[in-house]
Ligand binder design. Structure first.
Ligand SMILES: Cc1cc2nc3c(=O)[nH]c(=O)nc-3n(C[C@H](O)[C@H](O)[C@H](O)COP(=O)(O)O)c2cc1C
Length: 209
């Protein structure tokens, strides 16, 4: 199975080769893999920023424990959840579904109401957690797509979301930086290349009932 081989090949890259850039063509494939990510109800209540600008990256590095990947990688992806699931966002999704599938909007309104009623049952804290968790599914697809394309990547939580929100002006857009990923090509002297993977044994990780 190619996926398993790819997952063994990939590793959380610590040092990127600053001279190598991901091509536009590969970038488009990674974007499409993210676009195809699953999400709860299909709502996709997040936005993905791709940061190329070196000055912005330098500022973000200071807000990311000074991790070198932020400035040295080819591209920086910032996965931002919307801070609220508004009724308008759900209406837009229902309208989009009706248009895409050539269905009567009237027939889908009940589904929209169902989503709204389910979300109304959640506290704001639960809703925030739910909104944030969607971004991880997109991150997972980025990592798998990169591995297939033999593009290195590092998923990262080692940053200050408040600082990111400030630097990127996210609050006024109703967004929150939740998880990030750097992509590019490994530097030959990254000390972590080839380290054996540390994973729990299958029989410890799974339990069959
Ligand atoms: C959500 C998340 C956050 C992470 N944050 C960082 C980080 O800030 N810096 C870093 O170098 N690695 C980070 N990692 C990488 C993990 O440490 C790494 O994936 C894990 O140790 C497994 O190793 P592997 O990815 O090389 O197989 C993060 C991974 C995940 C999934």
């Amino acid at each position: 199975m190619e996926l398993i081989k790819n997952l063994h090949w990939r590793y959380a890259t610590k040092k990127f080769d600053t001279t190598k850039k991901v091509s536009e063509n590969d970038l488009n494939k990674i974007k499409e893999a993210i676009q195809l990510s699953v999400s709860s109800y299909g709502l996709q209540l997040y936005k993905v920023l791709i940061i190329e600008n070196p000055e912005i990256r330098e500022r973000l590095k200071s807000a990311s424990w000074n991790q070198s990947q932020i400035t040295d990688a080819s591209h920086l992806f910032v996965f931002c959840n919307y801070t609220d699931a508004t009724p308008e966002a759900i209406d837009d999704f229902i309208k989009h579904t009706a248009e895409t599938r050539n269905l009567d909007l009237e027939r889908l309104n009940g589904y929209g109401d169902f989503i709204k009623s389910k979300l109304a049952e959640k506290s704001q804290e639960e809703k925030t957690g739910w909104l944030k968790s969607q971004t991880y599914l997109a991150l997972g697809n980025l990592l798998s797509a990169c591995a297939e394309l033999k593009i290195d990547a590092c998923p990262m939580e080692g940053f200050d979301p408040k600082e990111y929100n400030k630097i990127l002006g996210l609050n006024k857009k109703g967004l929150n930086a939740y998880v990030i990923a750097t992509i590019g090509y490994r530097h030959f002297d990254d000390y972590t290349i080839g380290l054996p993977k540390v994973r729990k044994p299958i029989d410890q990780l799974f339990e069959v009932l």
